[in-house]
Design a protein around this ligand. Structure first.
Ligand code: PEP
Ligand code: MG
Length: 758
């Protein structure tokens, strides 16, 4: 149990531990904003306090038959509980932790005892009623370890004010389920302070910033008692366009006892300019970063203490005409932008697949994580938001294919959003806004008609990934040179029945037809362009939901489990049907199908698949181009041995290669922030595979998500990859990136030659 958390240990995701205020301070701190240092007495510490001092039973007893509509009863019981909390003995270890943390704060601030603000930070701030969140108290100018401990205890007690009790009773919340964290933050004793607007709110000029500054504490400027200097900055250069120095008669300072006092400004400072050009530039830079972080114009309270800038408060500027509509609105949630586009609609929360009927055309589907049986509903949704997942999770892959904006990994969408709330989902930035927002042209759901973009010819082939055969036409319309990855999983999931059940009950031909149907749709749409069919990569957790899937083993970590080609070789009867489907399609005249196998780790797997194919009369490598996916460090490191088994091509599956190389479960949002396809170890493996394949005349491609990222594609083209397979929505960008990189390589070569000649 963690009793204390410092800001560098906290992010927006830690509301449960640090409360809303603590979590957002942590997020800002870790984003590099200069917020004053602080630590948080965690919600667990509060629970520990209540438990150890045996207050839970007593509180429950007092509140047992409270009549909250009777003010006398409510006030009396509230007071009784708060007294109990205030008089309780704080557990020794908690008390020591708070004292030690306060001392550390003092040490880090120069050694002397510092004034701190002790603020309640509710863990239930996502509850809709602000009066609940804002209920608890804040104590300013607290000094000395003992006083800090007392103030923390006072904050704890403020969870039981009459209004808070009333609110929880009304809403039916359990009083002991709610916990409170407490932020202890150093108060800034500033020599200068003021406000910064990241756009000019007077003339609505978005190219300007306005900074107001005065001497002393910020109270003066904020309350309007002091007339500050006004500086207008050019937002591009961060230099002053105009400076108006005011005569500053009074200022606010903090006295020995911590009281805020209004005093006269020393004569020599009265007409002196408060901020230097350098300070303006530093403040301007902070303004730009804050605006970028929040994605909208902001107003910021700042202070300078001993030359260091602090950010005390940041709020959106609400007075700009049309700003809310044009450029964002209130941000309800942030996550990972998984499929680009902007769409609004009514929230429908799906806790259980049985609720799927709730989704109507245009709704925003919100769920913990989508499952294959949600796909029909996903098709109706205007946008998708999930609690869990990273860029390669089910929701992300399917949404991109459907062209539906999607935000994943929000951690709490199913808690924060409520049914029928209207929201706007920005799948590019990974933000969910309150209400309907229109920003320029809406991204069309149907993209890639292929008629508007002039076709660029690149030496590197540009291929497209397809997971659902029904999007084949859309994928083909991008003008891609073929399909670099046609996933098989959806063909089965779409039937709703486990393949073993289809085999047992309907026979081999039926299962062959399921595969043949799916592949045919895509091979048709792309003919004569090649389509790379990848054999089934069935994770047990996804297939368990199918009819007849009850026997799927339950695995601790399905990502490291029974999936890919090793599973297919254990269940040869299914793999055989896939091979028969390809054979059948060839006999129907589809000569554009290639075959590849997933999650290879051993050369013997290649050999065994070839043997099985031969048994049904299909010569892999001769009748059909045959390749392997390189998705494991094992496959990358022994690529030469795999090549010796006879393959025509490899395709880099960076989604899996990344997770296995740097030990990041790609479906675990807790570690999503560490997921880096451009980790040096992953890059090293990729480069080695491309170089080795080149040596042996084996073609190389990429079909993982990294192939949709321009920065990665630049590297791959330079290393000599033969083709790139990207998502439908990324084809245009990737084609341009490839073309530009190729041209650059040619220019560099010419230049080098010239230099040599000279
Ligand atoms: C990959 O691992 O990069 C890949 C393309 O396969 P999947 O995402 O289906 O695991
Ligand atoms: Mg994979």
């Amino acid at each position: 149990m963690k009793l204390i958390a410092w800001l560098d240990e906290i992010s927006n995701r830690d509301v449960d531990i640090a409360g809303g205020k603590g979590a957002s301070l942590g997020e800002m701190w870790n984003a590099g904003f200069p917020v004053p240092p602080a630590f948080v007495v965690t919600a667990d510490a509060y629970r520990y306090f209540i438990r150890e001092s045996k207050l839970d039973k007593k509180i429950r007893k007092i509140l047992k038959d409270i009549d909250v509509n009777n003010p006398e009863d409510l006030n009396r019981k509230s007071e009784e509980i708060r007294k109990l909390i205030l008089n309780a003995k704080m557990p020794k270890d908690l008390e020591i932790s708070i004292i030690e943390s306060y001392n550390r704060l003092c040490e880090e601030s120069g050694g002397e005892e510092v004034f701190v603000a002790v603020r309640s930070s509710a863990t239930a701030e996502d509850l809709p009623d602000a009066s609940f969140a804002g209920q608890q108290e804040t104590y300013l100018n607290v000094k000395g370890a003992e006083n800090v401990v007392k103030a923390v205890q006072k904050c704890f007690a403020s969870l039981f004010t009459p209004r808070a009790i009333f609110y929880r009773e009304q809403k039916g919340f359990d009083h002991l389920d709610v916990a409170l964290a407490v932020v202890v933050q150093k108060m800034v004793d500033s020599e200068k302070s003021g406000v910064l607007f990241t756009v000019n709110p007077i003339n609505q000029n978005y190219e300007e910033m306005v900074i107001e500054g005065a001497w002393g504490l910020g109270e003066g400027v904020v309350s309007g008692v002091v007339t500050p200097d006004t500086y207008i900055l050019d937002k591009k250069t961060l230099t002053p366009k105009s400076i108006s120095v005011a005569r500053k008669e009074v200022m606010f300072i903090r006295d020995e006892e911590g009281e805020t006092k209004k005093v006269e400004v020393p004569e020599d400072l009265k007409e002196k300019r408060v901020l230097s050009d350098d300070e303006l530039r530093r403040l301007g830079q902070m303004g730009l970063s804050i605006e970028k972080h929040y994605g909208r114009p902001m107003d910021v309270e700042w202070a300078i203490e001993k030359g260091k800038i602090y950010m005390l408060q940041a709020r959106p500027i609400t007075t700009l005409e049309g700003e809310k509509k044009e450029d964002g609105g209130e941000i309800l949630l942030k996550g990972i932008g998984a499929s680009p586009g902007l769409a609004s609609g009514k929230v429908k929360i799906i806790h259980d697949i049985r609720e799927i009927e709730k989704i109507e055309e245009g709704d925003v589907l919100v769920t913990k994580m989508t499952t294959p049986d949600m796909v029909p509903a996903m098709k109706k949704a205007s946008a998708i938001v999930t609690d869990d997942g990273g860029l390669t999770c089910h929701a992300a892959i399917i949404s991109r294919e459907l062209g539906t904006p999607c935000v994943v990994g929000t951690q709490k969408a199913t808690k924060v959003l409520k049914d029928n709330m209207v929201v706007t989902v920005d799948g590019e930035k990974g933000i969910v806004y309150r209400g309907e927002i229109k920003r320029g042209e809406k991204k069309e759901k149907e993209i890639g008609t292929g008629t508007t973009t002039p076709v660029i010819i690149t030496a590197t082939e540009i291929m497209v990934n397809v997971s659902m055969p029904e999007v084949a036409e859309r994928a083909a319309a991008t003008g891609a040179d073929g399909v670099g990855l046609l996933r098989a999983e959806h063909m089965i999931l779409e039937t709703g029945v486990h393949p073993i059940k289809i085999l047992r009950e309907k026979g081999e031909d039926a299962l062959v037809e399921v595969f043949a149907d799916g592949i045919r749709k895509v091979a048709d749409a792309f003919y004569p362009r090649p389509v790379t069919y990848r054999t089934l990569d069935a994770p047990t957790d996804e297939f368990r939901g199918l009819e007849g899937g009850e026997d799927e083993p339950v695995e601790q970590n399905p990502m490291l489990g029974w999936r890919g080609i090793r599973r297919s070789l254990d269940e040869k009867e299914i793999l055989k049907c896939e091979l028969l489907a390809i054979k059948k399609l060839r006999s129907e005249g589809y000569k554009n199908i290639r075959l590849m196998i997933p999650l290879v780790t051993n050369p013997s797997e290649v050999r065994k698949v070839k043997e099985l194919a031969r048994e049904i009369g299909l010569e892999l490598g001769k009748d059909v181009d045959f390749g392997v996916m390189v998705e494991t460090p094992a496959a990358a490191l022994i690529i030469e041995d795999i090549i010796k088994e006879g393959i025509d091509f490899v395709s880099l599956g960076t989604n899996d290669l990344t997770q296995y190389t740097i030990a990041i479960d790609r479906n675990n949002e807790l570690v999503a922030k560490y997921y880096r396809e451009n980790h040096p170890a992953v890059l090293k493996l990729i480069k080695y595979v491309i170089e080795t394949c080149k040596k042996h005349g084996v073609k190389t491609s990429i079909c993982g998500q990294a192939g949709s990222r321009p920065s990665m594609v630049e590297k791959l083209v330079r290393w000599g990859i033969d083709s790139i397979s990207a998502n439908i929505d990324a084809i245009d960008t990737i084609r341009k990136t490839v073309a530009r990189t190729e041209q650059r390589i040619i220019l560099e070569t010419i230049r080098d030659r010239k230099l040599n000649i000279d």
